[in-house]
Design a protein around this ligand. Sequence first.
Ligand code: NDP
Length: 369
Amino acid sequence: MEVEAILAGLIPSWSSVVLLSCYLGYLAVAGSVLPGKIVPGALLSDGSRLHYRCNGLASLLLLVALLEIGIYMKLMSAVVIADKGLELLSATFIFSLFVSLVLYAAGLKSRSQSSSLKPHVTGDFIHDWWFGVQLNPHFLGIDLKFFFVRAGMMGWLLINLSLLAKNYEAGTANLSVILYQLFCTLYVLDYFFYEEFMTSTWDIIAEKLGFMLVFGDLVFIPFTFSIQGWWLLKNKVELTKVAAVANCLVFLVGYRVFRGANKQKHIFKKDPKAPIWGKAPKVIGGKLLASGYWGIARHCNYLGDLLLALSFSLPCGISSAIPYFYPTYLLILLIWRERRDEARCSQKYKEIWAEYCQLVPWRILPYVY
Ligand code: NDP
């Protein structure tokens, strides 16, 4: 009976389609019209650069304000996303399937030779559809890759806020719920505060836009990163004070390493002479940073992200493995990604990458890996 109910809940209702359309429509309009810093992207292989309008934080704050007004005026319910979770999941999944097929078809037709729009076709449909054909496809002037990742990160926060409303409704908003919500909210706000740093990340500069990224951004990020929130709706956890303090420490250390490493790399790319931790940076071959976090371990930023992911799960205690899905997934993803990125950097930077590896032998976890 329960399985039947779940399957029935998976069929998207018109209201979930409308909700999703309004959300994406809002983001498209807000992203195009709200003011934001225009940030030049990484240099592409044909010497061109894309430019990104970083107004994600403004778009998010305005959206939350509009939703609050809507809830206050009783035009909508604060728990609508939590109530329609499964339907929204399947509506978003169907949408990402549709978009990735359109991207594949449009990519095949592209005659552009620019790095952004040049089609990279292997002829293997599954491969081309999964990994994508073009690096930076656009629609109505919107950079789709930047748009989808924004939609996913904001969607994660909106799901969480709706789950929090549900917890309050049920009287189950205890310390573990508050900690989980607080850490995730800070992470998402920080993401948008530093949105310009995204413009130099692997997804934006190296990954083509296919089903993998569209699904990852629109479905995987919001619906699986929030598993702990769904789990806490059904399971009550009483954290001790010591556990709560330890949890906060994991979050703070993770945040410092994550943000510090990403910031250092971003600043270095803009100005290779800018001081790192108050000293002139150690630079290899004029291109690679070997100071600060990047002198402790290669991809030290991944370590910070893993600690943060762990801190989002610790509020759920250790009685179940389900809330640990996100850190486990991230561990696998980042180890895989680190290998792919190492291969890319080794090919791109050749002997200076080898010199960097000799100087900084640790990968992600200093003194261990
Ligand atoms: P990075 O931001 O680490 O970017 C990798 C690129 O940085 C390399 O291709 C190279 O690009 C450059 N680079 C690497 N080492 C150096 C160095 N020593 N000096 C100068 N440049 C260097 O990787 P990602 O884009 O994968 O990750 C960005 C952030 O996003 C990370 O913090 C990661 O944890 C997070 N993330 C989170 C995910 C999640 O699901 N929560 C998923 C994926 C990532 P170039 O050719 O420009 O030199």
